[in-house]
Design a protein around this ligand. Structure first.
Ligand code: NIG
Ligand code: FE
Length: 412
């Protein structure tokens, strides 16, 4: 099946040769072709170029994109889409003055979601989660990472990872799975933290590795959750089971999680709302992608990741949603891109780089996703007629997406 898209007003994120990520000054450059064509063959990008060079081909389907923009699908490298129920009462509690931390200390927060998840069957969790996945697919996300971490028991964690696996099997979106057993300490382990870590390492990890249920291992490294030492122990064990680390750090406090992540060659360090100069320095010249989650900052009214300082220091940056019931009940990457521009002062070019190719890097899939490159997945966004790609962050509350392509097919 060959699809030809003609007269594209502007084709974004065009990379003739495959790159894995963009850093520092490169973040400001978004390569594009104006008045372009794009050819999709089966599930891959076959060819692209200027309309002047349109080859003579027999396409099964021709789409005229006059006035419209095409870009690679969003690559959302950090989500917790699989969960049960919601936490809207905590949302109202926060409006009434309680902090995220106070709510968690009263047994709310992650433990509240863990209770709900363990009460539901695998089937019910799948049914709830698939609706969120379908929603983000229609919002232009073409690759997504999904974490466990609301089970906090061996049964619960395996149940979540099986749901992620089933979503990956049943939907055309690319999915990576992350084991986040170290999301919080379950109540019955409150006085025996070493006991829970032991359960993660000796019970959960072997079972997960044996059943190939995860690609990555994650830890919530934060005051009141997992210390740097505990985080290192879990990363080390994860690596021994073949799982590369991708960790939650510096959401509320800078306690050395970034340095720990780098030491264990984490693929990404995520959140980064609180960054000191040493944290930025540590990330220089490493293979670890910093990931910002601006919708979380927005929803919790906490600081935004200091993107300007980080980019100025030469670092790359990726953007992701953090879609979860507690800190970010939204999986809208268009809103993430807009918020990064509006609140973090990223330029549209930087934000689009961060939400496509750098997001792909943060999931280990930049060879196949995140840019318009021959041979990469035909996962694309075709916009409605718009004046320029600046509209994407500018018209922050509007849905500018007309058509989504996943694996070369139009998403219905
Ligand atoms: O990334 N920070 C830790 N974990 C999630 C929130 C978890 C929750 O509140 O349910 C996050 O923000
Ligand atoms: Fe998260």
């Amino acid at each position: 099946m060959t699809t030809l898209i003609t007269n594209i007003k502007e084709l974004l994120q065009v990379r003739e040769t495959s790159i894995s990520k963009v850093s520092g000054a490169e973040m400001a450059i978004l390569p594009t072709i104006k008045n372009a064509f794009l050819i999709l063959k089966d599930n891959l990008i076959e060819d692209f170029g200027s309309m002047e060079n349109l080859p003579d081909i027999n396409a099964d389907k021709v789409i005229d994109a006059t006035g419209k923009i095409v870009l690679p699908s969003w690559c959302d490298s950090h989500t917790h889409i699989v969960y049960a129920g919601n936490r809207e009462q905590e949302f109202v509690d926060r409006i009434n003055g309680f902090s995220y931390e106070e709510i968690a200390n009263r047994g709310g927060g992650i433990l509240n979601s863990a209770k709900k998840l363990n009460e539901k069957s695998e089937e019910e969790i799948y049914e709830q989660s698939k609706l969120r996945l379908e929603e983000v697919m229609h919002l232009g996300t073409g690759a997504v990472e999904i974490k466990s971490g609301y089970g906090l028991t061996i049964e619960g964690e395996l149940k979540m990872l099986r749901v992620i696996k089933k979503l990956a099997k049943n939907y055309p979106i690319s999915i990576k799975a992350t084991f986040l057993g170290a999301h919080a300490f379950p109540l019955h382990y409150k006085e025996n933290k070493a006991g829970y870590i032991d359960e993660i390492i000796t019970k959960m990890l072997p079972e997960i590795a044996q059943n190939k249920l995860a690609d990555f291992v994650d830890v919530f490294c934060e005051t009141g959750y997992f210390s740097v030492e505990e985080t290192e122990k879990i990363m080390q064990a994860g690596i021994e089971f073949g799982l590369k680390p991708k960790i939650h750090v510096n959401q509320f406090n800078s306690i050395g999680g970034i340095q720990a992540g780098i030491k264990f060659k984490a693929l990404s360090v995520d959140h980064l709302e609180i960054m000191n100069p040493e944290d930025i320095e540590a990330l220089k010249d490493t293979e670890t992608m910093p990931v910002a989650l601006p919708s979380c900052s927005y929803f919790l009214s906490i600081p935004y990741t200091p993107a300007r300082e980080m980019i100025k220091a030469g670092l790359p940056l990726a953007l992701a949603t953090d879609f979860n019931p507690g800190s970010t009940p939204s999986g809208n990457m268009n809103f993430v891109v807009a918020t990064a521009c509006i609140k973090m002062k990223m330029t549209p070019e930087e934000a689009i780089n961060a939400a496509t190719i750098n997001g792909a890097y943060a999931m280990g899939i930049s060879e196949t996703h995140g840019s318009i490159t021959k041979g990469k997945k035909a996962n694309l966004i075709l916009t409605k007629p718009i004046s320029s790609y600046y509209q994407i962050p500018y018209a922050f509350g509007s849905n500018l997406i007309e058509t989504v392509f996943l694996e070369g097919e139009i998403l219905k």
